[in-house]
Design a binder for this molecule. Structure first.
Ligand SMILES: CC(C)(COP(=O)(O)OP(=O)(O)OC[C@H]1O[C@@H](n2cnc3c(N)ncnc32)[C@H](O)[C@@H]1OP(=O)(O)O)[C@@H](O)C(=O)NCCC(=O)NCCS
Length: 178
């Protein structure tokens, strides 16, 4: 697939802006990956500085291959609040993912970032169906999905390898029409 372009102009609203990750963001990203809530809902995270740096290189290579595009979610002062991505581009579908550093939660940053990504994916990338998946016990993430207008479609049983076992997944979707 063709390289995924960086949005031009960059995606931004009155609460957040989305920009490429930079080397200088590694320490804040690393700290966020150690957060217990992040750890609880993630099956894997690079937990030392070298692996975070290597991961950023891999993400950029994945963008060039058209597989995934990862953004830093920042505030008006360019402070990193979290991350948001589009991934799994196939047959007009894509997935959306996000996380926030603990101090950035509770102010709508994830909701704003997902709304911006959805509008861009439908309007500029030609995505026809956006999927959002999360653990059945990840209620904060499910609220983000619902605030952004995603429709809950069901429970995918035993969907993913997770922490040595398997995990069900709640599946949400959003279409250009809602
Ligand atoms: C999932 C996660 C990003 C949700 O964070 P969050 O802060 O609850 O989400 P938002 O940034 O959308 O903020 C929503 C909160 O801000 C409030 N808020 C304030 N202003 C708002 C605005 N303008 N728009 C939307 N919400 C706003 C909402 O009321 C809401 O609080 P509530 O849930 O108590 O009602 C966060 O819990 C996280 O990083 N978890 C770990 C990683 C993870 O699980 N990622 C998802 C994997 S599927």
């Amino acid at each position: 697939m063709a390289e995924l372009p960086w949005p031009s102009p960059p995606l931004a609203d009155e609460v957040v802006a989305l920009r490429p990750w930079r080397g200088a963001d590694v320490p804040v990203k690393l700290a966020a990956f150690h957060d217990p809530v992040f750890q609880r809902f993630s099956d894997w995270a690079p937990l030392d500085e070298a692996s975070v740096r290597e991961h950023q290189v891999q993400l950029e290579a994945a963008r060039r291959r058209g597989e995934q595009i990862d953004f830093a979610v920042v505030d008006a002062d360019d402070a990193v609040l979290g991350g948001a991505s589009l991934y799994g581009f196939v047959e007009g579908r894509a997935g959306v993912g996000y996380w926030l550093a603990p101090a950035a939660r509770g102010r709508g940053a994830a909701t704003h970032a997902v709304r911006l990504l959805a509008r861009w994916a439908f309007g500029e990338l030609g995505v026809a169906r956006l999927e959002l998946t999360c653990g059945p016990d990840n209620h904060a993430s499910q609220r983000v999905a619902e605030r952004c207008g995603f429709r809950r479609e069901g429970l995918l049983r035993s969907h993913l390898p997770f922490k040595g076992g398997r995990r069900d997944t709640v599946l949400y979707s959003l279409l250009p029409t809602g």
